[in-house]
Ligand binder design. Structure first.
Ligand SMILES: [Zn+2]
Length: 284
């Protein structure tokens, strides 16, 4: 037979429980441990006054240096739900004395704040911005005959029909970038950083925000030179998104209510853009 267990007294157990408002002290749990029983004169309890250092020699985290009084003292106890009381005893190595004391400090701190009427800090959900492009206008502008290119192409040998002449074109792809806030959280200080050949991105005002489920429009252009025949240029400008833009990105940066930065990467694809939302590491 093992030695007597140095169990807590009833008042000690009650004090442990009340100091954390009858909630499990495991920080990821914090669940209530007491509630009503079907018998109106009883209550249902799944709370345990667990020993930090075991009550008997063979138990977890047993410390032979403690006196019987110290082992029974409230400083050697922690209030947990039945599941977490069992958890800390099944793997004492993972849950050493220091850890359990930390939990106790945290959960008593939370109970005090709740008692004082201070709400626990709410985890801020992040806004999510996503975008799509809508074709606004496009085409080619003929800037005139390019003698040098035509001469090079045909070696100066004539006659050259007008259809064989090479011209200086500017090819245009103008879109509206529509940015949506696909979340229930506002986004602040939206910025666009161009990592693509786009030649124009409409400036957004320095201080801005996008309310939940709202959208904003930004004009973006790609204007690029092309030297060649009209029919070749016409072929190229038929593409909804030209080759030059495909796989290139525009970064959409914005802040949540806590001013943490979030980035949506907009990548051009043949038929539009794809969205990827990145949240900084210390966030989620
Ligand atoms: Zn628990």
């Amino acid at each position: 037979m093992s030695k007597n267990r140095d169990d807590f007294s009833e008042p000690t157990k009650r004090n442990l429980a009340r100091r954390v408002n009858y909630k499990c002290s495991f920080p990821e749990c914090l669940k209530p441990t007491e509630g009503p029983h079907t018998d109106p004169n009883k209550y249902l309890s799944v709370g345990v006054a667990a020993h930090i250092s075991a009550a008997s020699e063979t138990g977890p985290r047993y410390n032979e240096d403690l006196s019987e009084a110290e082992r029974k003292d409230i400083t050697n106890g922690i209030w947990l739900c039945e599941t977490h009381a069992r958890m800390i005893d099944k793997d004492a190595k993972r849950y050493p004395v220091e850890t359990l004391n930390e939990w106790k400090t945290i959960s008593e701190g939370i109970a005090l704040k709740e008692l004082e009427g201070i709400k626990a800090e709410e985890k801020v959900a992040n806004p999510i911005l996503e975008a799509e492009i809508r074709f606004a206008s496009g085409g080619q502008t003929n800037n005139g005959f390019n003698f040098a290119a035509t001469f090079k192409e045909h070696g100066g040998k004539g006659p050259i029909s007008p259809l064989q002449k090479l011209y200086n074109f500017t090819q245009h792809w103008h879109y509206q970038l529509v940015i949506y806030n696909n979340s229930t959280k506002p986004a602040f200080n939206i910025q666009l950083n161009n990592n693509s050949p786009l030649t124009y991105i409409e400036k957004v005002s320095k201080v801005n925000n996008l309310a939940p489920l709202e959208s904003m429009k930004v004009d973006i252009h790609l204007d690029k030179p092309f030297v060649g025949m009209g029919k070749d240029s016409s072929k190229i400008i038929k593409a909804f998104v030209p080759k030059d833009l495909i796989d290139k990105t525009v970064e959409l940066k914005y802040l949540n209510e806590n001013r943490d930065e979030i980035v949506s990467i907009l990548t051009f694809e043949e038929d539009g853009i794809s969205n990827k939302v990145l949240v900084s590491k210390d966030e989620e």
